[in-house]
Design a protein around this ligand. Structure first.
Ligand code: GTP
Ligand code: MG
Length: 263
């Protein structure tokens, strides 16, 4: 512990009457600080393992309600998808070392390059920066996509960090998210067609699709035109693509996104 002896009020003028008092005050402060400082040890080390891709995935909180209250069109609302993509672009432009982002519905995944040392790879820092930049952008750009329709309350997004050690694992992760999107999209499109064009109630449509659940499971991994949104980054310019990332073609055409690791 270092006790500071120079009076902060008079800076050493000999005749200063407050000097003993001020010095006492400073010493007490220093001691108090060290007495409390042990709480710093309660902070855990959340450094992400080296050599792994760091993925931050965020997801809208209670968007089932949010989408209804803001009258999103069913099953897909192009304004909402556009706003998600715009917010992701803002994240990629403003934060370091994100090489690709993929999004669908109310979620977005951001992939940091393997060698990133941004915020010393601290998971909580990376996750909270991505999530807060995305959330504030979502509000900031709302009007650009929804015009005069007001934002009724502040939306929230949760975030998580997942590490992937190989290119194969990372590609499989992104394929998993896109397959999930495809299955949900297929289900929602049929569901709302039965309701809006087939005259079924939502309960009847749900009941009808229960019997066809295997249809949606079997479609997993099928390639074809995708309607979901993803954004890739090259230096600071960000381009949006609407394409398949489950097959190899995308990765061959954008070989610079991943570093070669033989997987
Ligand atoms: P938590 O994430 O657990 O907080 O719940 P959630 O209500 O956000 O559900 P989840 O993330 O599983 O699903 C997202 C929900 O957002 C969907 O089930 C839809 O209800 C809604 N949603 C997302 N995109 C659209 C859209 O384009 N149109 C419509 N109508 N709804 C959408
Ligand atoms: Mg959600």
């Amino acid at each position: 512990m270092q006790v500071i002896n120079v009076c902060r009020l008079c800076y050493g003028i000999k005749s200063c009457v407050v000097r003993p008092l001020a010095c006492l005050f400073i010493s007490t402060c220093t001691m108090a600080k060290s007495k409390f400082e042990y709480v710093r040890n309660f902070e855990v080390d959340d450094t992400c393992l080296r050599n792994c891709y760091i993925v931050v995935r965020l997801d809208g909180r209670n968007f089932h309600k949010f989408s209804e209250q803001h009258k999103f069109t069913k099953p897909n609302d192009n304004r909402a998808l556009g706003l998600m993509a715009r917010s992701a672009q803002s994240v990629m432009e403003d934060l370091e070392d994100i090489i690709i982002a993929y999004g669908q519905s109310d979620e977005f995944s951001f992939v940091f390059k393997r060698t990133t040392n941004w915020f010393k790879r601290r998971a909580s820092k990376l996750m909270t920066h991505v999530t807060s930049q995305f959330s504030s952008s979502y509000v900031f750009y709302w009007k650009e996509f929804f015009g005069e329709q007001p934002l009724l309350y502040p939306p929230g997004f949760d975030g998580r960090v997942v590490l992937y050690p190989s290119n194969r694992n990372l590609k499989d992760y992104l394929s998993w998210r896109q397959a999930d999107c495809h299955i949900n999209n297929l289900y929602n499109t049929v569901f709302w067609t039965l309701v809006q064009k087939g005259g079924l109630t939502t309960v009847q449509a749900e009941d009808r699709l229960k019997h066809d659940e295997s249809l949606f499971k079997q479609t997993k991994g099928v390639n074809g035109e995708r309607k979901d949104v993803h954004v890739t980054r090259s230096r600071r310019s960000v381009q949006a693509y609407h394409c398949d990332i489950i097959g190899e073609e995308f990765w061959q055409q954008h070989a610079n996104i991943l570093e070669d690791d033989g997987c």
